[in-house]
Ligand binder design. Sequence first.
Ligand SMILES: Cc1ncc(COP(=O)(O)O)c(C=O)c1O
Length: 436
Amino acid sequence: MVEISAAAAPLTPDRNGRGVFPGGIGTDGSGARIQPYHKELVMTVSRKIRESIERSSWIRKMFEEGNERKARYGAENVFDFSLGNPNLEPPPAFRQVLIKVAQDALPGCHGYMPNAGFPETRQAVADYLNTFNPPRVTADDIVMTSGAGGALNVVLKAILNPGEEVIIPSPYFVEYNNYLENHQGVPRPVPTKADFSLDCDAISDTITEKTRAVLIDSPNNPTGKVYGETELKELAGVLTHHSRRLGEPIYLVSDEPYRKIVYDGVTVPGIFNVYPESFMVTSFSKDLSLAGERIGYAAVNPDMSDREEVRGGLVLCNRILGYVNAPAIMQRVIPHLLRESVDISLYRHKRDLLCEGLAASGYDFVKPQGAFYVFPRTPLPDDAEFVAALREENILTVPGSGFAGPGHMRIAYCVPDETIEKSLPGFERVMKRYRK
Ligand SMILES: Cc1ncc(COP(=O)(O)O)c(C=O)c1O
């Protein structure tokens, strides 16, 4: 299909009289169909999606500008900290297991399976979860999914009625808004404290009869914060109190794809120990660098009330969202790698390199305890302006406003060490210009 812009020279009708007319469809002289581009007249994608595209267009713009800069200055001279795409390769064990699994072709191993996933895979995941939870998780509590994003959509679809609210401590992973909208849920961001820990009083004040769940992410994207046991227990106390008051459970959904990426001896408490009405969702995208393989899972707390109905809901949603089941070959690989990860000390080294450089240049930030992001304050209230100034130095970051955390920026340090080292003088020059 040929697409022409409204600004292009007008085409004359062909000999059959089928020409191009504003807002219509025609053919060019060769018979190829032409779609004139009159955006305001032609309804292509839905209004909602068009609005979403427009809302996210600055991200696209940034991405495009980044590509232009790479073409102009050479990729090695552009310091791209904009994406959370792990730069480390999967551990060598992954490839060995993959080859073995591919060679052990069992009959039907590429076919459909129970929508929740292979029973042996789910049992292996349950056994792993029982190493840091009350040891009662069973294979039935696990649904294998298409990444953590798939798991979140499955859980949200299963629990949300239209218009129900989900409280999200902010700043937070920007896709949550879209996932909620998929299932007619409404995000209710509640700012965290200055050190990005949970503000349980503010969460309590935000709960209404419309609140269906609280969605947390630890280690956190974009802040690198890990929620400790004490604050999680305080949150559990708040949710228990309001669930009793309202007569139905407020769920806690814990998104944990960065669980294994933690530093300095910090550990992530098992959420099932803390609050019975909880789900854990996660994936192998970050800790095994398998983001493209789309493998993850959702786990239901074995102590959840109506556990069986909820589990049935997740299995159905995995199917009817069109995932049907998680990728079969990855389900056979993952049981061998549940205790593996990429070399986390490499990410710790990157964090230290970056944090030491930023601190020396006067950046103000909370040192991340996990994940591979740091979320410094921008010295200007207008975070987009500061991010634009960094871009002039070929440093690509993301304004905090995109994570409901204005006045900050996100730096994703899952990049080569050299990128960090070579970017530091640019970070320093821009800070010098703006620091009062
Ligand atoms: C906090 C958080 N949750 C979920 C996801 C989605 O992960 P996946 O690729 O496993 O779907 C991401 C990806 O960046 C993330 O940062």
